[in-house]
Design a protein around this ligand. Structure first.
Ligand code: NOJ
Length: 563
C-alpha cells in the first residue's frame, strides 16, 4: 500500500499545536473551556503559523485521566459543546488552512464505557472478550504500572466474576483486547466516524501497549497474526477513507528507542504509523540543555534510522501535556536532568520525569528559551507545540500530578487570565501565580511586543514552513570544535540550510568547512539581516552570541528564490 503520488504529504512540514479544550477558552462562563472558545481563537493560531490543530480527548468521560478514559468514542462531552460545535470548529480551521487531528485511544476505555460494564457483568457475555481477563492470581506487576503512585500493578480483581482485568494505566482504564476482531472493527468505525466529520488524522495514544501481544488474551483463539498487522489495518483503513488528495495521517505515541520505533513505521514499507513523536531526541535534547553540551542531541539525531519511506515523519517537541519523561536515558543521565531542572521533589513525577514547563526550567531566561524554540523548529521533522508554549507559560506546582502544566491559557491580564469569566473557585483548573502568572505572561501583551516569544515563534513557524529542507531534508551533523554547539545541515532537492545553536551562555565563533560544490555560494541568514561568505577553501566562520542561533540558507549564484 502506498499513498498515491498525487497525495499531499502536508504533515511533513506542518506546525502542529496541541490544545486541551478544558483549559483553553471558556466561551460561556461556566469555568470550563469549550469548542466555541477554541473556534474564536483559530485566527490567533493562524497568525502564529499553526497549520494543524491536535485536540486532546474531548469525548464523554468520567475524567479520571483527563479524558483519556473515554466512555463514548463517538460523543462530545457536553461540557465542551456538541457535534455541531465540533463541525463548526473544523470548518473554521479548514477555512484558515489549519487541519485538525484528534486523539484516538485504542488501548483502553473508561470502566464506565458500556462495553466494560457489560464485560464485567458476566463471563458469558459477548463483551467479555473485549477486555483482557485472567482467572489465576497475577504475579507482582508493580514495575509495569505506568502510574506507580496511583496503582500497585496492572491487574485489578473484579468481585462480580472473581477474575482480574488488565490495565496498564489506571484501574479505571481497562485495556481493550485488541486481538479481538470485534474490538478492531469498533475502533476503525470510530476512525471512520471522525473522518466523516472532517478530521485530518489522529494522534494515537499509547500504541505499544495496544499491540502488546504478551498481555492479550485469546490471541490464539483469534488466530492473532503478527501484532503489527493491527497497525497496518488501521493505516490501510485511514488511506481508504481519506478524501481527495490530502491524505490523513496517524501520529503515534511510541515512547521507545529509535530502533524499536522503526517497526511502528512499518519498517521500510512505511505502511503503519505515518508519524511518531521522537522521544529519544526530546530526552537527549534536555540532557544536552542540562549539560550545555550538544553532543548527546547530535548523537541521537545521527542514530535516527535513515531508511524511512517518504510518507513517514518524526514529530519533534520540547514539552507536551504529560510529564517530561526521561525514561529512555540512563539512570545517571536522568538524575543529571532531574537535578538541573527539577531540584525540588514536587517538580518531579513518578521518579522518571518533570512536571514543569520549559521557561520555568530555564529560569525565564529569554535568550535561552528563544534558542530552544529555534532548535525545535530547526530539527529534521515536524514541530509540535503545546498550548501556551508560544507565550512562555510556566506551570503551577500546586496542581497535583501531570496537570501542573495544563493550567488555563493566559490570554490577558484580566480576571482568570482572560480564560473565563467564572468565579475562580469554579475554574476547571487553577491559574498560574507568580512571575509566570497572567499579569506577566499573556497573549495580549505578547501580541503588542515585537520582541516577544510569541512573535519569535511566529517567525520561526513561518520560516519553517517555507524551508522544505527542514521537514523533508536529509540531515548531516557538521564537524566544528565547540561541544556547546549543534551545527547541522539539512538538504532537500539540491537545496541546503546550515543551522547553528549555541546551548551555552558563552559567545563563540564557529568555523565551518563546507562542501566543494558550495564554492561561490553565500550563506544567507533567514532570521535576521546578514550573510556569511564562503572562501575558496570552502571555509566560513559564524559568530554566535550566548544562546545564539542562526538559520543560514545556501544561496548558489543565480538562485531565484526569495530569501
Ligand atoms: C498517554 C497520554 O499522553 C497520557 O496523558 C495518558 O494518561 C496515557 N496515554 C493513558 O491514556
Amino acid at each position: 500500500m502506498r499513498i498515491t503520488d498525487t497525495a499531499d504529504l502536508w504533515y511533513k512540514n506542518a506546525v502542529i499545536y496541541c490544545v486541551d479544550l478544558e483549559t483553553y477558552l471558556d466561551s460561556d462562563g461556566d469555568g470550563i473551556g469549550d469548542l466555541p472558545g477554541l473556534t474564536q481563537r483559530i485566527d490567533y493560531l493562524a497568525d502564529i503559523g499553526v497549520s494543524c490543530l491536535w485536540l486532546m480527548p474531548f469525548y464523554p468521560s468520567p475524567r479520571r485521566d483527563n479524558g483519556y478514559d473515554i466512555s463514548d468514542m463517538f460523543g462530545v462531552d457536553p461540557r465542551y459543546g456538541d457535534h455541531g460545535d465540533f463541525v463548526e470548529l473544523v470548518r473554521v480551521a479548514h477555512d484558515r488552512g489549519i487541519r485538525v487531528i484528534v486523539d484516538l485511544v485504542i488501548n483502553h476505555t473508561s470502566d464506565q464505557h458500556p462495553w466494560f460494564r457489560k464485560s464485567r457483568a458476566s463471563k458469558e457475555t459477548p463483551y467479555r472478550d473485549f477486555y483482557v481477563w485472567r482467572s489465576d492470581t497475577p504475579p507482582d506487576t508493580s514495575e509495569e504500572a505506568m502510574f506507580p503512585g496511583q496503582e500497585d500493578g496492572i491487574w485489578t480483581y473484579d468481585e462480580k466474576t472473581e477474575e482480574w482485568y488488565l490495565h496498564h494505566f489506571l484501574h479505571t482504564q481497562p485495556d481493550l483486547n485488541t486481538a479481538n476482531p470485534q474490538v478492531r472493527e469498533a475502533i476503525t468505525k470510530t476512525m471512520g466516524f471522525w473522518l466523516q466529520l472532517g478530521v485530518d488524522g489522529f494522534r494515537v495514544d499509547a500504541v505499544p501497549f495496544a499491540i502488546n501481544q504478551t498481555t492479550l488474551s485469546g490471541a490464539d483463539e483469534h488466530e492473532f497474526l503478527e501484532p503489527h498487522d493491527y497497525l497496518r489495518t488501521l493505516r490501510a483503513f485511514l488511506q481508504r477513507r481519506s478524501t481527495g488528495t490530502s491524505s490523513a495521517m496517524i501520529l503515534g505515541e511510541v515512547n521507545l528507542p529509535h530502533e524499536e520505533q522503526l517497526a511502528f513505521f512499518g519498517g521500510e514499507d512505511g505502511d503503519e504509523l505515518t508519524m511518531q513523536f521522537d522521544f529519544t531526541v526530546n530526552q537527549k535534547a534536555f540532557l544536552s540543555f542540562a549539560r550545555e553540551d550538544a553532543r548527546p542531541l547530535a548523537e541521537a539525531l545521527s542514530e535516527r534510522p535513515q531508511n524511512l519511506s517518504t510518507e513517514t515523519q518524526y514529530a519533534n517537541f520540547l514539552r507536551n501535556h504529560d510529564e517530561l519523561t526521561l525514561d529512555l536515558l540512563s539512570a545517571e543521565q536522568r538524575d543529571e536532568v532531574l537535578d538541573t531542572f527539577g531540584p525540588e521533589q514536587d517538580m518531579r513525577f513518578a521518579g522518571r520525569g518533570l512536571r514543569r514547563r520549559l521557561p520555568a526550567m530555564f529560569d525565564g531566561d529569554p535568550r535561552r528559551i528563544k534558542m530552544a524554540y529555534s532548535l525545535l523548529f530547526a530539527l529534521p521533522g515536524t514541530p509540535v507545540l503545546f498550548y501556551g508554549e508560544e507565550i512562555g507559560m510556566g506551570e503551577n506546582l500546586e496542581v497535583p500530578g501531570r496537570e501542573a502544566v495544563r493550567t488555563p491559557m493566559q490570554w490577558s491580564r484580566d480576571k482568570n487570565g482572560g480564560f473565563s469569566s467564572a468565579r475562580p473557585s469554579k475554574l476547571a483548573r487553577k491559574v498560574v501565580e507568580g512571575p509566570f502568572g497572567p499579569e506577566h505572561v499573556n497573549a495580549a501583551q505578547a501580541r503588542r511586543d515585537p520582541d516577544s516569544l510569541l512573535h519569535h515563534i511566529g517567525r520561526l513557524a513561518r520560516r519553517y514552513r517555507d524551508c522544505p529542507e527542514l521537514g523533508w531534508g536529509e540531515l548531516r551533523i557538521l564537524e566544528q570544535p565547540h561541544q556547546e554547539v549543534l551545527a547541522h545541515r539539512m538538504t532537500s532537492g539540491g537545496q541546503s540550510m546550515v543551522l547553528l545553536h549555541n546551548l551555552s551562555p558563552k559567545s563563540l565563533v564557529v568555523p565551518l568547512r563546507l562542501d566543494e560544490q558550495d564554492q561561490g555560494s553565500e550563506l544567507i541568514d533567514l532570521l535576521q539581516d546578514g550573510s556569511c561568505g564562503i572562501d575558496a577553501q570552502q571555509h566560513t566562520e559564524v559568530t554566535l552570541e550566548g544562546y545564539g542561533y542562526r538559520w543560514l540558507r545556501m544561496k548558489r549564484p543565480g538562485d531565484p528564490r526569495l530569501l
